[in-house]
Design a protein around this ligand. Structure first.
Ligand SMILES: [Ca+2]
Length: 80
């Protein structure tokens, strides 16, 4: 029986997958062994600050414009 464990947290942005080759060897000294591949896919989670698309922005407002609420649509993308 074997155990695969992490020695540090994984970071999807640095590396999204790992392909491990495991080898089992018989302790009797007979030279018997076997190997298997283990593919580990790191699941991405939202852990990055969002960012503005195409920033900086600009807008034009005429002077003496009544003080009412003006809205502009800005596009914000989450960094996965
Ligand atoms: Ca992420």
């Amino acid at each position: 029986m074997g155990l695969i464990s992490l020695i540090q947290p994984l970071d999807y942005e640095s590396r999204s997958s790992y392909n491990l080759v495991l080898k089992a060897t018989d302790n009797s000294g007979s030279g018997l062994s076997s190997s298997a591949n283990v593919f580990i896919e790191v699941q991405d989670v939202q852990d990055q600050d969002p960012y503005f698309v195409n920033a900086p922005y600009s807008a034009t407002v005429e002077e003496n414009t009544p003080a009412v609420r003006h809205t502009w649509t800005l596009y914000l993308c989450p960094m996965m």
